[in-house]
Design a protein around this ligand. Structure first.
Ligand code: NAD
Length: 269
């Protein structure tokens, strides 16, 4: 059988504005031949930047872009409803939206800051994936690229972090929010296996994105950590994107509830 693309369905990416991991995931889907892509970000300007870059490079792609806050339950639900209305279904959902948080130990962390980080990173990821899973349950599965494997009703990939597995100084709310994403991913993988839906997460190491590079104090605090990893460099957003696409594809048909670490070996030392 001639397979046109590993991604005949609809891709949805949160946190897709700008030049970070979400934008790289959206670009990677476009390069891999996915022709229906929906993107969202809280920042309309950077979202438009991603939209323009993809449509300029891939005139065949139908792109749906809609900005909003994924920590707002009404937005998270209405975004997925709009995608389903525009494209009929949601097959590959990659939840990338996230924030780093102000560097502080627990004793100095305010309740507001703890809630902000967790509302976006953990609760926002849950709200997004909950809306995606509900939509996936409504749709017929798509055939696998390999006819001997089961059809797939949908695949969710949550972006956690290596800091969901190990921790770093001054980041209790962030580290906990990413551990929570790993736990939630495993629980959803158990609950949705019977429906033909796979749920996995990617745990990136230190990746060269605006989250790390934009502010000098964050850059100076975090980039030296890249030297701890055996590969002794920062990762590229595209290297994380490729892992997310693998987990979305039917090539990963037996990968379920996995936390795939993409960190140049950081957590092995
Ligand atoms: N860069 C790294 O080293 C690294 C490492 C591990 C995990 N991560 C995770 O990867 C994901 C992507 O981060 P990145 O490094 O590409 O950073 P980034 O800042 O480039 O991307 C994050 C995006 O999320 C968006 N966003 C923030 N709050 C939002 C909200 N409430 N609603 C919707 N969108 C929102 C931002 O506008 C931004 O475009 C995050 O979840 C981050 O925690 C990053």
């Amino acid at each position: 059988m001639l397979v046109k693309s590993l991604f005949p369905g609809v891709a949805v990416i949160t946190g897709a504005g700008g030049t970070g991991i979400g934008a790289a995931v959206a670009r990677a889907f476009a390069i891999a031949g996915c022709e229906r892509i929906a993107i969202t970000d809280v920042n309309p300007q950077t979202l438009e930047q991603t939209e323009k870059a993809i449509t300029a490079a891939h005139s065949n792609i139908k792109l749906f872009a809609h900005s909003g806050n994924i920590a707002d339950d009404k937005f998270a639900e209405s975004f997925i409803s709009k995608v389903a209305k525009a494209f009929g279904r949601v097959d590959y959902a990659v939840n990338c939206a996230g924030v780093l948080g102000v560097p502080m130990r627990s004793g100095e962390t305010t309740l507001e800051e703890f809630d902000r980080v967790n509302n976006i990173n953990y609760r926002g990821c849950w709200l997004s994936s909950r809306a995606q899973l509900k939509q996936m349950l409504e749709q017929d599965p798509l055939p696998s690229h390999d006819p001997s494997r089961p059809a797939q009703r949908g695949a969710v990939v949550n972006i956690a972090s290596q800091l969901g597995i190990v921790s770093r100084p001054n980041a209790p709310a962030y580290c906990a929010s990413k551990s929570a994403i790993i736990g939630m991913t495993r629980a959803d993988a158990i609950d949705y296996s019977k429906d033909g839906i796979r749920v996995n997460c990617v745990c990136p190491g230190v990746i060269e994105t605006p989250l790390i590079m934009e502010k000098a104090e964050v850059r100076e605090a975090i980039t030296p950590a890249a030297q701890i990893a055996p590969m002794q460099r920062m990762g590229k957003p595209a290297e994380v994107a490729d892992a997310a696409l693998f987990l979305c594809s039917t090539q990963a048909s037996f990968v379920q509830g996995h936390a795939m670490v993409v960190d140049g070996g950081y957590i092995t030392v």
